[in-house]
Design a protein around this ligand. Structure first.
Ligand SMILES: C[S@@+](CC[C@H](N)C(=O)[O-])C[C@H]1O[C@@H](n2cnc3c(N)ncnc32)[C@H](O)[C@@H]1O
Length: 228
C-alpha cells in the first residue's frame, strides 16, 4: 500500500495547555512540552498509546472494554482522527483522546519518561521498496524511544501483514537492550483493526509480536500483562 502524503501539522498555540477541546476528544498539544496525562484525562489511570490509529477501529473497542485505562490515539491524518473522535463520543467512551502529530516526534519529545503502560502499533505503513525502508516507523531508533517511554513492565504490541517488515521488527527488538518477548492475551488479539479485517478477509494472516520492557525488580512471566 502506498502511504498517503504527509500533511502539515495543525497550527499550534504554545500558550494553550495540552487539554482536550471542550467539544471534542482531540488534543491541541503544546509541542514544546511533555504531556500532562492527569490534565488530559482527568484521572491518574495507566496510559496506553496507539501510533497510527487510523479510524480508531482498535482504539475505540479496546478503550471501551478497558475503562480503567486511558488511551491516546496518534494519527497524522486529521480526517481519520475526526472519525476516532466521533466514534468515541457517540459510544460515550471517555477514556480516549486523539492527537494529530508525527508519531516519532511525540514519542521523543512529548511523552514523559517511563510513563506508558503499553504502545500499540498495528499495520504501520510497510514501505515495501528497499529505498523507502528508512521511512518505516519500527526501527532501531524506535526501540530506544519506546524503551524510554514505557514504564518497567510496559509492552510494545506490534501487528503487520508484511513479511519483510515483520522480519525487521524482530531484528530490531532482538538487538535492543531491555526488552523480552511475551505472548499477548487472546482478548487483546480478538480486537481487530480495520486494516486487519480487510487483510484477513483476503486470506492474509496477521503477524503478531509483543515485547515487554524488562523490570529489574520483577519476575518475567512470559505473558503480556502490562504494568501500571
Ligand atoms: C496502514 S494504516 C493502519 C491504521 C490502523 N492502525 C489499522 O490497522 O487499521 C497506518 C496509519 O498510520 C498513520 N501514520 C503513518 N505514519 C505515521 C506517523 N509517522 N505518525 C502518525 N501517524 C502515522 C497513517 O496516516 C495511517 O492512518
Amino acid at each position: 500500500m502506498t502511504p498517503p502524503a504527509c500533511s502539515p501539522l495543525t497550527p499550534i498555540s504554545a500558550a494553550r495547555p495540552p487539554a482536550a477541546d471542550a467539544r471534542t476528544w482531540l488534543v491541541r498539544p503544546d509541542i514544546l512540552s511533555r504531556l500532562d496525562y492527569a490534565a488530559l484525562f482527568g484521572n491518574g489511570h495507566p496510559v496506553e498509546l496507539e501510533l497510527g490509529a487510523g479510524d480508531g477501529s482498535f482504539l475505540i473497542r479496546h478503550a471501551g472494554a478497558t475503562p480503567g485505562r486511558n488511551f491516546l490515539g496518534v494519527e497524522r491524518l486529521l480526517g481519520r482522527l475526526r472519525k476516532v473522535d466521533r466514534k468515541a463520543r457517540t459510544a460515550g467512551i471517555a477514556n480516549v483522546r486523539g492527537i494529530r502529530i508525527e508519531a516519532g516526534y511525540l514519542l521523543e519529545w512529548m511523552i514523559p519518561p517511563a510513563s506508558l503502560a503499553a504502545i500499540h502499533v498495528y499495520f504501520p505503513d510497510p514501505w515495501p521498496k528497499r529505498r523507502h525502508w528508512p521511512n518505516r516507523l519500527v526501527n532501531a531508533a524506535f526501540t530506544r524511544l519506546a524503551h524510554a517511554a514505557l514504564m518497567p513492565g510496559g509492552i510494545v504490541h506490534l501487528r503487520t501483514d508484511h513479511p519483510g517488515y515483520h522480519e525487521q521488527m524482530q531484528k530490531v527488538f532482538a538487538a535492543a537492550a531491555g526488552f523480552e518477548t511475551c505472548a499477548p492475551p487472546e482478548d487483546l488479539l480478538a480486537v481487530k483493526t480495520d486494516f486487519e479485517r480487510d487483510f484477513n478477509a483476503q486470506g492474509i494472516s496477521t503477524r503478531v509480536l509483543a515485547y515487554r520492557k524488562t523490570d529489574p525488580t520483577g519476575t518475567p512471566t512470559g505473558a503480556c500483562v502490562s504494568g501500571g
